[in-house]
Design a protein around this ligand. Structure first.
Ligand code: NAP
Length: 289
């Protein structure tokens, strides 16, 4: 990559930001398509809180094409933007900002990226299916909202803090003709929900860096159902390994990461993302290939 006076810049705001593999994915994609663009990490501290506002204003001042936004800024950033896409507004979080001639527009590609990865990478579509989501945090909310748009038969949200799952369901249930239910993550009743589920997805942070697996009875799942984990470090989480040991199909967190990145790339460049290039770069950045 050669930086010149014409190079257009994008980046990522986060705290911490040093472990992100997004620069590797996007820079590989820019190079593959011969785009004079570069992606850099920006460590925007959580506190003082004014730093985020200053950083968002700097997108205009420095004429960046846009940025990704990651933990802990995804929710707080909404109030500093000129416009927020309806999907991102409903998800309550922005992971991508596009600078349209000084107008900053927020998007969320996490939910759509997740569904795209299910469809493109393992041929799974949500319509009419029974789904169990483990977790009720930011990623769960984005996935829930995108999934509801595709009219599944039912969605169960299971969370350690039951109230958080209940609040999430309450927020969406009036707007969608989908059966929804909240349960505790360790509630034994979850076995009945898994019994006829086509997809169970772990959106909790359990399993990150190899720390355990959600304690749910995978043996209750019917044959042919899919076990998905959005945690991508390690790639093969204990949850996915347990699913494989039971002969269930699995879907990887890296697949979501690459697809949300691809959608972001398309928002910034208007060009079709080279998904395989991005996937290879992500694996290399994780020292997996
Ligand atoms: P978050 O908003 O902080 O939510 C964390 C969730 O994990 C909550 O439901 C929380 O339950 C649960 N949790 C945390 N520790 C737990 C434990 N020890 N036992 C049971 N439940 C626990 O985080 P997030 O932004 O949704 O991210 C969640 C995970 O998804 C992270 O690992 C993140 O790296 C990953 N992620 C991956 C992608 C991708 O592209 N593949 C995209 C986004 C996020 P409580 O409500 O009870 O605290």
């Amino acid at each position: 990559m050669e930086i010149s006076g014409k190079t257009k810049l994008v980046g990522i705001f986060g705290d911490p930001v040093d472990h992100t593999i997004s620069p590797a994915m996007h820079n590989a994609a820019f190079e593959a398509l011969g785009l004079d663009m570069a992606y850099v990490p920006f460590h925007v501290r959580k506190s003082p809180a004014t730093d985020l506002k200053t950083a968002v204003n700097a997108i205009r001042a420095l004429n960046l094409c846009g940025v990704n936004v990651t933990i802990p800024h995804k929710e707080k950033v909404l109030k500093y933007l000129d416009e927020v896409d309806p999907d991102a507004k409903a998800a309550g979080a922005v992971n991508t900002i596009v600078n349209r001639n000084g107008k900053l527009v927020g998007y969320n590609t996490d939910g759509p990226g997740y569904l795209l990865s299910l469809k493109e990478d393992i041929g799974f579509t949500v319509r009419g299916k029974r789904i169990v989501i483990l977790g009720a945090g930011g990623a769960a909310r984005a996935i829930l909202r995108s999934a509801l748009e595709k009219r599944p038969a039912s969605i169960v949200v299971a969370n350690r803090t039951l109230k958080r799952a209940e609040d999430l369901i309450r927020e969406f249930e009036a707007s969608y003709p989908v059966v929804m239910k909240a349960v505790g993550l360790l509630d034994s009743a979850i076995a009945q929900d898994l019994n006829n589920a086509s997809l169970v997805v772990n959106t909790t942070s359990i399993g990150m860096k190899g720390t355990g697996a959600p304690d749910v009875p995978l043996e209750a799942l019917p044959r042919g159902s899919i076990v998905s984990d959005i945690v991508y470090v390690p790639l093969e989480t204990a949850f996915l390994n347990a699913a494989k040991a039971r002969g269930l199909r699995v879907h990887y967190g890296l697949s979501m990461l690459v697809r949300q990145g691809a959608l972001t790339f398309e928002l910034w460049t208007g060009k079709k993302a080279p998904v395989e290039v991005m996937q290879r770069a992500a694996l290399a950045a994780l020292n997996l290939k």
